[in-house]
Design a protein. Structure first.
Length: 235
């Protein structure tokens, strides 16, 4: 968890509250912090739909009679593609000037491109390369790539929705034990009174160790759940 989020949690928890409803209000504030953190994280995540739109608009241009390069130039000017890949239009122009294939424009995207989007670009680049090297109808290969990319995006969204609950619970259950000193302050107890004895300090150390182990174990479970399956029968 980043430092700004820790400061936000501390500010929310230390905000004056009535002592009679402190525990319930604490849980409510923690839920609000979790929702805010999840909203900010979703806003930071890159949107991979622009690859599917690039393929679909290119396929429409090809069916309208444009050649592959011209169709890609038109698709690169669509709002979603221009927002997600402002580098694509200049690359297509440079490839045209150098006499390179259009598929080369999708190779080695910028570093900020995520692994999922990079995989979608590989699918589309291979479809264009197939047309360029074998003479296959570019409209058909591009339409097939568009359907494949759109299905990949939908699959990622289904996986993200399936693991959103476990991930949120994992973060909340990790945060609650770490909020112990702040809960004590809300109840009028100083950290010295809470952890002054040797037994309390041993309990804190054990709790922190178990929290770290639980976080590591939960992350491993989620990572194995979202890991793509193999087709060779091995786990």
């Amino acid at each position: 968890m980043t430092t700004p989020l820790l400061l936000l949690v501390a500010a929310v928890l230390l905000w004056p509250a009535a002592s009679s409803g402190a525990p319930a209000e604490l849980l409510g504030r923690l839920s609000a912090v979790r929702h805010l953190a999840g909203t900010r994280r979703r806003r930071r995540e890159p949107d991979g739909d622009w690859v599917a739109e690039l393929a679909e608009v290119t396929a429409v241009g090809l069916r309208a009679g444009l050649d592959l390069r011209s169709a890609v130039e038109v698709a690169a000017r669509s709002p979603a593609v221009r927002s997600g890949a402002p580098w694509l239009g200049p690359r297509v122009a440079q490839a045209a000037a150098r006499g390179l294939e259009v598929s080369a424009c999708l190779v080695d995207p910028p570093r900020r491109t995520g692994p999922d989007v990079s995989g979608d670009l590989v699918v589309l680049a291979r479809a264009w390369r197939l047309s360029e090297h074998t003479g296959a109808a570019a409209s058909r290969t591009t339409a097939g790539a568009a359907a494949a990319v759109r299905e990949r995006v939908a699959a990622r969204e289904r996986v993200a929705a399936a693991v959103a609950g476990p991930r949120a619970s994992m973060r909340l259950l990790t945060l609650l034990p770490l909020a112990g000193p702040l809960v004590g302050v809300l109840l009028g107890l100083s950290p010295g009174a809470l952890y002054g004895s040797a037994v309390a300090r041993v309990s804190v150390g054990t709790g922190l160790a178990l929290t770290v182990v639980g976080w590591w174990w939960s992350r491993g479970l989620v990572a194995r759940a979202v890991r793509p399956g193999r087709t060779d029968g091995r786990p």
